[in-house]
Design a protein around this ligand. Structure first.
Ligand SMILES: [Zn+2]
Length: 199
């Protein structure tokens, strides 16, 4: 038996989400049908608003409502340090720690020859431009994840930046190999930043 089209479409939509297979999507679709209409309306409006009202900061690449983002626009932050991360989620994790008051740069990925991702596919050029136009930066802290791709990306970026006479450091490995910044607790992140080493 085929599902009625509205349900089939809803299942298809849920299956576009990461980690959601057909079984979970079906469960979510039927759950949605049982929800109060008001809740479904709010849910759909949140989806649209998130897509419509958010953009990427033209300076750092982080997700933001206003461009530049509140971190880039805040002149009270330490302008001498930039932490380079893979994803906007990593900025959130580091900000939750409340110990770092410098700036960020979001790569939106890592170098991955396996997936055909080269330097032009992630936000490296904008980082270099930023460093050229901002002489206040004295240290770039590379906080890509402790995966082979994260390590390779860190080395690649450090080779590009080092001639500019800017210190390049890497987070200490309080983070387990293969682990993501996103899931690290605040204490681990704090120690990883405290113990960062020049590369
Ligand atoms: Zn920004």
């Amino acid at each position: 038996m085929q599902y009625p089209e509205p349900i089939a479409k809803l299942i298809d939509s849920y299956m576009k989400l990461p980690g959601i297979g057909e079984k979970s999507a079906t469960r979510l679709a039927f759950f949605t049908i049982d929800m109060e209409e008001e809740d479904v309306k709010n849910f759909s409006q949140s989806l649209l608003a998130a897509k419509r009202d958010l953009r990427y900061c033209s300076v750092c690449g982080n997700i933001t409502e206003n461009d530049p983002c509140i971190i880039c626009a805040d002149k009270g932050r330490d302008q001498s340090k930039i932490i380079v991360v893979e994803q906007p989620k990593d900025v959130m994790s580091l900000e939750r720690m409340r110990e770092y008051h410098g700036l960020y740069h979001v790569l939106h990925g890592v170098l991955s020859p396996m997936e055909g991702k080269g330097p032009e596919d992630i936000n490296i050029a904008s980082l270099l431009r930023r460093l050229q136009h901002n002489s206040a930066v004295s240290e770039v802290i590379i906080a890509t994840n402790a995966t082979p791709e994260g390590e390779a990306t860190a080395m690649y970026i450090s080779r590009l930046i080092r001639p500019a006479d800017i210190k390049v450091t890497r987070l200490a490995h309080g983070l387990a190999v293969g682990s993501d910044i996103e899931y690290a607790d605040e204490m681990t992140l704090f120690k990883a930043i405290e113990g960062r080493q020049e590369i």
